[in-house]
Design a protein around this ligand. Structure first.
Ligand code: PEP
Ligand code: MG
Length: 876
């Protein structure tokens, strides 16, 4: 029999897979003697089973839950539905990896009309009792029965208006009692049945709702962004309630052991008196700073400080904790390794090493490479920022510089972003439903909420700038406008946000590139370089890109797409002349114009790389991408080539292909027009000879890469041209320069026949963009149109063009290595498809023994860190 339910006393911190992060940590806190309200965890396996059984909780799991309710009743001395000593519980989700705010929670479960009277009388606090009940009806209706929150909020607003008050806490016991009955009437109107009164029925409904929330749209988006597999499922934690809303000697808080925005050591968080946890997280009321708790609850605060120290030492990482104070007594509700900004992650990892808590290897392994992105993004120009005057100030909830047009809804943020606008999402407060909009925005500004409100936590996780809790804003969401510093702002107006200081500026403040090599970042990356086995190169086509990539730590160019060198003004004309040639002579004439351009480009690349390797790939594009499209351009080309407009149009239409991605591109161009390969070889070799002459101590050894090879004979054909041309160039220059000729492995047939190909290649480089395209048979250019349906239907969890399909495409890569290496042990092997900058794909590349990964310049630090993490993991 499978065990699906565990008391907190039965688990421990190592059982994350089974109990989820929250469950494992509640068990661990119980084990180390911290004050935790007791409860049990229903495992992630039960969630998986629920989905396998067609979204049903089977009898076996149900029986175990019932058994554990009895155990919990024994432990707490309370009973569900009891009229003497009733048990009330919270029901919370908790996946293996924390997904803040993505899934559902229900508090105060176990209440009904009788029980609420019992607790009202016993506590002598009817206000508290009715507050719990109305909260429960509201949450249960929303989460379990999916009656929208807004109906209940409207009723609360009406009640507040009728009583002439503005805050929930100003409502009396009678008001709340009245609200509870209005809520129940609303429930009946929407659902058609009475609100459930049996606590066990309520509990089963809540457990199902938490399981179901694993599959809600926002959780699906979050999982895809954070590489969390759907198959993991969520656990459910059923915990007896501790009450923070029983009066002014009660409260609830969220705190971090270090500042999640900067990494600064010290208790950091927020506290609300007479409230329940959701009030802090949801940002409904703006809470007080944690330090102020000390005056109100000196004993609980002292104990809490002690607990923080214990937990940080225990987990050897910054902790993010939720707690409640009930009549002055502290209860711990949750601890987890806190989400943090990239800046904070760097500082915390270095500090933990300096404090002797972590080794450098562990410090490197702690940092999520995907977050580095934010460190590399622009900041405000310091001079412009100094000169600018802030029009308002909120909390600097997630650092970064953001500038964009104001939008007021998440939907608008997505829509405006999709049409190329930079937007700032301004909201009264954000809710988890806003996640897509938050992702699309440059920055987020909220009127309500604190440093731990949903907007702040999620923005930090996404590395996005966020200013929260700017109470000075008078918001009018309905009419899409707000007033700040006496000025009315409308949709489309531009503002700037400084996520570090919380300052808000009218208009745009100029931005400058971030300095990626500052202290902590530099230290972590130096460690990463020490631990990684694979090299990290870059995909760069221009000297500027190459220089940027070198600054970011690239150790070479793994892919120079030579066709991209013709995008610029003045270049494209020459290229078009070459494409629209009808004879070899005509083409050679055009190539003669191109040759010096290519040569000088290559020289600049060699200069930028200062002796690091440079792989130059020969022309690859479908030619039609480069042909002129407007009448003026066609006429210009016709004049140059002394042809008629009709001639050029005929040539263009003859270049049309039905399936250009599988068409006349790659090595096929050199097969039909060998003169192209000849010209490119001359340009590469001449450039190398010239730069070597200037820098004799640099190691200049060109790597010429032939694209889209499927048959060894294609490679041999092109290679013969390259070798003959190169040798002649070297000989006539009296040089002794060496060069290599290799190929991309990007057609499945190349992987399948890699032994034949390896005998004729100095290196392989996996072009996993094309290899993915051709293995799946999905067009790289069009797959985006239908992949969303694949995610919705759970056919795919991730875009195979972004995250390597290790099962299929990866198998071909492995096969190519296994076939190629024995034939040519000197073969060096890399990857230059987009996957070269994706952390999980980098890990796979390390596992199958690649020599290097190559990615776009801004992803170089991500790849360096991911490569180090892979090496550390594979060493274990
Ligand atoms: C590839 O196919 O993975 C590759 C790097 O080449 P391109 O994207 O230029 O086709
Ligand atoms: Mg390719």
């Amino acid at each position: 029999m499978t065990k699906y339910v565990y008391l907190f006393t039965e688990g421990n911190g190592n059982m994350r897979e089974l109990l989820g992060g929250k469950g494992a940590n509640l068990a661990e806190m119980t084990n180390i003697g911290l004050p935790v309200p007791q409860g049990f965890t229903i495992s992630t396996e039960a969630c998986t089973k629920y989905y396998e059984d067609g979204r049903q909780i089977n009898d076996e799991i149900m029986a175990q839950v019932m058994e554990y309710i009895v155990k919990l009743e024994e432990i707490t001395g309370k009973k569900f539905g009891d009229l003497e000593n009733p048990l009330l519980v919270s029901v919370r989700s908790g996946a293996r990896a924390s997904m803040p705010g993505m899934m559902d929670t229900i508090l105060n479960l176990g209440l009904n009309e009788q029980v609420v009277d019992v607790i009202a009388t016993k506590s002598n606090n009817p206000r508290w009792a009715w507050d719990c009940y109305r909260r429960f009806i509201q949450m249960y209706s929303d989460v379990v029965m999916e009656v929208g929150k807004k109906y209940f909020e409207e009723l609360i607003d009406k009640m507040k208006a009728a009583r002439g008050v503005t805050q929930d806490v100003e409502l009396t016991a009678d008001d709340l009692k009245e609200l509870a009955s209005q809520f129940k009437a609303e429930y009946k109107a929407k659902i058609g049945t009475d609100f459930p009164t049996d606590p066990k029925e309520q509990l089963i409904g809540a457990i199902k709702a938490v399981f179901r929330s694993w599959d809600n749209p926002r959780a699906n988006v979050y999982r895809r962004d954070n590489d969390i597999p759907y198959s993991w499922g969520t656990a459910v934690n059923v915990q007896s309630m501790a009450f923070g809303n029983m009066g002014d000697d009660c409260g609830t808080g969220v705190a971090f052991t270090r500042d999640p925005a900067t990494g600064e050591k010290g208790l950091f968080g927020e506290f609300l008196t007479n409230a329940q946890g959701e009030d802090v997280v949801a940002g409904v009321r703006t809470p007080m700073k944690i330090a102020e708790m000390e005056q109100k609850f000196p004993e609980a605060f002292a104990q809490f400080t002690q607990v923080c120290e214990t937990l940080e030492k225990h987990y050897r990482d910054m902790q993010d904790m939720e707690f409640t104070v009930e009549h002055g007594k502290l209860y711990m509700l949750q601890t987890r390794n806190g989400k943090r900004t990239a800046q904070a992650a760097m500082k915390i990892a270095c500090d933990l090493v300096d404090e002797g808590m972590r080794t450098p290897e562990e410090a490197v392994a702690m940092i999520d490479p995907r977050n580095l992105d934010t460190l590399l993004h622009p900041q405000f120009d310091p001079a412009a920022l100094k000169a600018a005057e802030a029009i308002g100030k909120g909390l600097g909830a997630s650092p970064g510089a953001a500038c964009g047009k104001i939008v007021f809804t998440a939907e608008d943020a997505v829509e405006w972003h999709n049409r190329g606008e930079k937007v700032i999402l301004v909201r009264l407060e954000t809710s988890p439903e806003d996640i897509s909009g938050m992702k699309s925005a440059e920055g987020i500004l909220t009127v309500r909420g604190g440093m731990t409100s949903h907007a702040a936590v999620v923005a930090r996780g996404m590395g996005e700038c966020c200013v929260s809790g700017c109470g000075e804003i008078a918001m009018d969401e309905e009419h899409k406008r707000f007033t700040l510093a006496g000025k009315e702002f409308h949709e489309g107006d531009i503002i700037s946000l400084d996520g570090s200081t919380g300052n808000i500026y009218d208009g745009a403040i100029p931005q400058v590139d971030a300095d990626p090599n500052n202290g902590y970042f530099g230290r972590i990356m130096a460690w990463a370089d020490e631990f990684k086995r694979m090299g990290v190169r870059t995909n760069a086509d221009t000297p500027a890109d190459a220089k940027k990539a070198r600054e970011l730590g690239a150790q070479g160019i793994g892919l120079c797409r030579t066709e991209h060198m013709f995008f610029g003004e003045g270049r494209i004309d020459a290229f078009r002349e070459m494409i629209c040639s009808e004879t070899v002579e005509e083409r050679e004439e055009a190539l003669d114009i191109i040759l010096p351009m290519q040569q000088s480009d290559f020289e600049a690349l060699y200069e930028a790389l200062e002796g690091y390797p440079v792989t130059i790939r020969f022309l690859d594009p479908p030619l039609h991408e480069f042909v002129p499209t407007t009448e003026i351009e066609i006429e210009k080309l016709a004049n140059k080539k002394h042809k008629t407009v009709a001639d050029i149009k005929n040539i263009i239409s003859s270049l049309h292909e039905f399936n250009p991605m599988m068409g006349h591109r790659g090595c096929r161009l050199s097969v039909t027009y060998p003169e192209i390969a000849k010209m490119q070889t001359k340009a590469v070799i001449r450039a190398a000879i010239n730069v070597k002459a200037k820098h004799p101590d640099w190691n200049i050894e060109p790597e010429i890469m032939i694209p889209l090879v499927g048959d060894v004979k294609e490679l041999k054909f092109v290679k013969d041209i390259v070798v003959a041309t190169a040798d002649e160039e070297i000989k006539s220059a009296g040089s002794d320069i060496k060069y290599e000729v290799g190929t991309m492995i990007e057609i499945p047939r190349a992987a399948l026949t890699a032994d034949e190909i390896a005998a004729n290649a100095d290196f392989f480089c996996f072009g996993t963009n094309d290899l993915t395209q051709m293995t799946f048979g999905f067009s790289r250019d069009d797959a985006g149109k239908f992949l969303d349906a694949y995610y919705d239907k759970k056919i795919f969890e991730a875009d195979p063009f972004a995250k390597l399909d290790q099962t299929g495409v990866g198998k071909l890569m492995k096969m190519a290595i296994d076939l190629g290496k024995p034939v040519n042990p000197n073969l060096h092997i890399g990857i230059c498809g987009e996957h070269g900058g994706d952390p999980s794909s980098v890990e796979f590349c390390d596992a199958i023994g690649l020599d290097y990964v190559s990615c776009s310049p801004f992803r170089v630090p991500i790849a360096r860190l991911a490569a180090a993490q892979a090496a550390i993991a594979h060493k274990k």
